[in-house]
Design a protein around this ligand. Structure first.
Ligand code: NAD
Ligand code: UGA
Length: 458
């Protein structure tokens, strides 16, 4: 079949896979190929057991796969054959050398840029889909044109704003699609070609364009603003616990001001996910490199409050349970960094589990989708850890339940039954404020929500 456009995505991860699946699903006239250096991941994309869990992803992949959506490891061929190349490789926090623990590790991205340069034998539009430091497109252009072989590369920035757990919904009906480009005639033409792809299903007014540096920076700033709201409400949750104010009432009252808005004001044990912390630290690093220490300190505070919130949670558990957790059985309800995903990257549950193990507690972990990843995440943690799919079995015989993830199923459990099966006194620490605290207290639990007075029988 003759396709109208050939599109390649390098990097078959949480972003590359679903994003390309959506383009292929909406645009059968385009051939979309997703490549990766990891053959196992590609094999999973070609199977019924996809490498990531996202509601509705399976259906979309099934419809397009083999029709106009292809997954393979032949990166070189993919580059040669495609007109538009999305780069969606990982950009984690650097763990070595200058900027360790703060800057983005650009090695995967740079290797990809070099590979595109070395394999391309015709004009390519190269799209930065990964989240990158502002000004990366300049380095990209320099690498791509360093062979001086007359091949033209137009670099665009098209950051992804999907959230895990709602990836398909976000891709199908995005609040905005941002495309940044240089203002040269060639780059503007390339930008129009990318707009044309999205315009197949996204209303034109939601496809916004900007200069390329604004686009790169907007992605980092969007994540920083979202995370800042969570740290803001979490910082106030600590004050609520000292003053008998109730964080849910405070957040409702504050959020009803339309200038503030009511989203992203749910207090929690802390934000997780592969991006918030990494992107803020990257922003902090860029600001410091530019000599903007006050700006860097301001944003670093968002991450510090997040760490504080997790540590506060552990200290509350310790003091509520008579200052010793040694030998106590503690059940973590949820391990994913948020509901509706199996992803555990930077999940607050990882540091909570690690701290509980340090206190010599025995851990029982339950989660509907994330048990496999939980085992990997905790493989270095010493101590007794059991992984149990069924929440009733997991809680039986435990001294305490700590809610880590806001899975809907937890609020609907039969807590009378759970209470009967637990060691007494039985405790619930609700790190997501999703349970009915008064009801749990009536059943007999000692209940410790976040940002609300504890309900205890002592
Ligand atoms: P991921 O780790 O799930 O996937 C990245 C993939 O790139 C991996 O499969 C890896 O094997 C592959 N890869 C690395 N180097 C490669 C190379 N040289 N050639 C081919 N493949 C290579 O990462 P992700 O979560 O999809 O994130 C990708 C980027 O998107 C990051 O910059 C991230 O900040 C950004 N982002 C992520 C999300 C999210 O929800 N996860 C949302 C928006 C933006
Ligand atoms: C976030 C952004 O929402 C996306 O727009 C962005 O594309 C993505 O990061 C990225 O760049 O990777 P994601 O991390 O998948 O998406 O999920 P969020 O819904 O933002 O949740 C992040 C964390 O904050 C979760 O741990 C969640 O439980 C927590 N959270 C969220 C709260 O604690 N309170 C809230 O009110 C909202």
């Amino acid at each position: 079949m003759n396709f109208k456009k050939t599109i390649l995505c390098i990097g078959a991860g949480y972003v590359g896979g679903p994003t390309m699946a959506m383009i292929a699903y909406k645009c059968p006239q385009y051939k979309v190929t997703v490549v990766d250096i990891n053959p196992e991941r590609i094999a999973q994309w070609n199977s019924d057991d996809l490498p990531i869990y996202e509601p509705d992803l399976g259906e979309i992949v099934k419809t397009a796969r083999g029709r106009n959506l292809f997954f393979n490891t032949d990166i070189e061929k993919g580059i040669k054959e495609s007109e538009i190349i999305f780069v969606s490789v990982n950009t984690p926090t650097k763990t070595y050398g200058t900027g360790a623990g703060m800057a983005a590790d650009l090695q995967y991205w740079e290797k990809t840029a070099r590979q595109i340069r070395d394999c391309a034998d015709s004009h390519k539009i190269v799209v930065e889909k990964s989240t990158l430091p502002v000004k990366t497109a300049l380095a990209m252009e320099r690498i791509l044109t360093s062979m001086n072989n007359g091949i033209r590369f137009d670099v665009l920035s098209n950051p992804e704003f999907l959230a895990e757990g709602t990836a398909i919904k976000d891709l199908e009906d995005p609040g905005r699609v941002l495309i940044g480009s240089r203002e040269t005639p060639d780059c503007l033409k390339a930008r129009d070609a990318l707009v044309e792809i999205y315009a197949n299903w996204v209303p034109k007014e939601r496809i916004i364009t900007s200069n390329i540096w604004s686009s790169e920076l907007s992605k980092l700033v969007s994540n920083a603003f979202l995370a800042q709201r969570i740290s803001s409400i979490n910082s106030i949750s600590a004050l609520c616990e000292k003053t008998d104010a109730n964080i849910i009432e405070v957040s409702r009252a504050v959020g009803m001001d339309s200038r503030v808005g009511n989203k992203f004001l749910n207090t929690s044990v802390g934000f997780g996910g592969s991006c918030f912390k990494k992107d803020i630290l990257n922003l902090v690093y860029i600001c410091r490199s530019q000599g903007l220490d006050e700006v860097a300190d301001y944003w670093e505070g968002v991450v510090k409050i997040n760490d504080y919130q997790k540590e506060r949670f552990i200290l509350n558990m310790l003091s509520a349970m008579f200052n010793t957790l040694a030998g106590k059985r503690i059940c973590l309800f949820g391990f994913a960094f948020k509901a509706n995903t199996g992803d555990t990257r930077e999940s607050p549950a990882i540091s909570i589990a690690g701290r509980l193990a340090e206190e010599k507690a025995d851990l029982i972990i339950t989660d509907p989708q994330a048990l496999k990843n939980a085992m990997i995440a905790l493989s270095d943690v010493n101590g007794e850890i059991d992984y149990v799919k069924d929440p009733y079995d997991a809680a039986a015989g435990c001294d305490a339940i700590a809610v880590m993830t806001e899975w809907d199923i937890y609020a609907g459990l039969d807590f009378e039954k759970i209470y009967k099966s637990m060691t007494k006194p039985a405790f619930v620490f609700d790190g997501r404020n999703i349970l009915d605290h008064e009801k749990l207290f009536e059943i007999g639990f000692n209940v410790y929500p976040i940002g609300k007075p504890a309900l205890t029988h002592f």
